[in-house]
Design a protein. Structure first.
Length: 171
């Protein structure tokens, strides 16, 4: 990675993106720089680890939030949004390029622990009931119910304890 980031427009505001040279270097070094850029760009988290795969929360055709595996194409797009990739010609001129396919595949092949993304065990649009009967608005990592969960904001409500118990009874 070059030490001088460039300024790019992203989501309506200027952000600094690292520049990553994509040729004349070992795959492991390019992958390390690309993964670091991906990790730095994952705030708030959009990439998670689930069952040994990189996943993301996306909207399906009915506008519901679902967990989706991040494949080669999706990861390539995300890498392109988190850093500017370039190559150096034999004459020494720099020119822009896409993230190298080998880097994308190498990152996906890394052990999940090296990705350093938060884990995601479940996604729910219904309230979660803790063992003490309380219903959290959000569930922090390592909660007594699950390690990480995303609650759909479109379905938030706060029923009373009695309402919750009555909904659990069979009718």
């Amino acid at each position: 990675m070059t030490p001088e980031p460039v300024v790019a427009e992203g989501n309506g505001c200027a952000v600094s993106l690292p520049r990553i040279c994509s040729n004349g270097r070992q795959l492991r070094d390019i992958s390390r720089d690309a993964l670091r850029a991906l990790q730095d760009c994952n705030h708030p988290p959009v990439q998670f680890v689930r069952s040994g795969m990189i996943v993301a929360i996306v909207h399906d055709e009915k506008k519901r939030q679902v967990i989706s595996e991040v494949g080669i194409d999706a990861l390539c797009g995300r890498l392109a949004r988190c850093a500017d990739y370039f190559k150096v010609s034999p004459k020494g001129d720099e020119y822009d390029c896409s993230p190298p396919p080998g880097v994308v595949k190498d990152i996906l092949a890394l052990p999940p622990g090296e990705w350093n993304f938060p884990s995601l065990d479940a996604l729910t649009e219904i309230p979660i009931i803790r063992p003490d009967g309380s219903i959290p608005d959000t569930i922090p990592p390592r909660d007594c119910t699950t390690r990480q969960i995303q609650v759909s904001p479109s379905r938030r409500f706060r029923p009373s304890h009695q309402e919750t118990i009555s909904r659990l009874r069979c009718t």
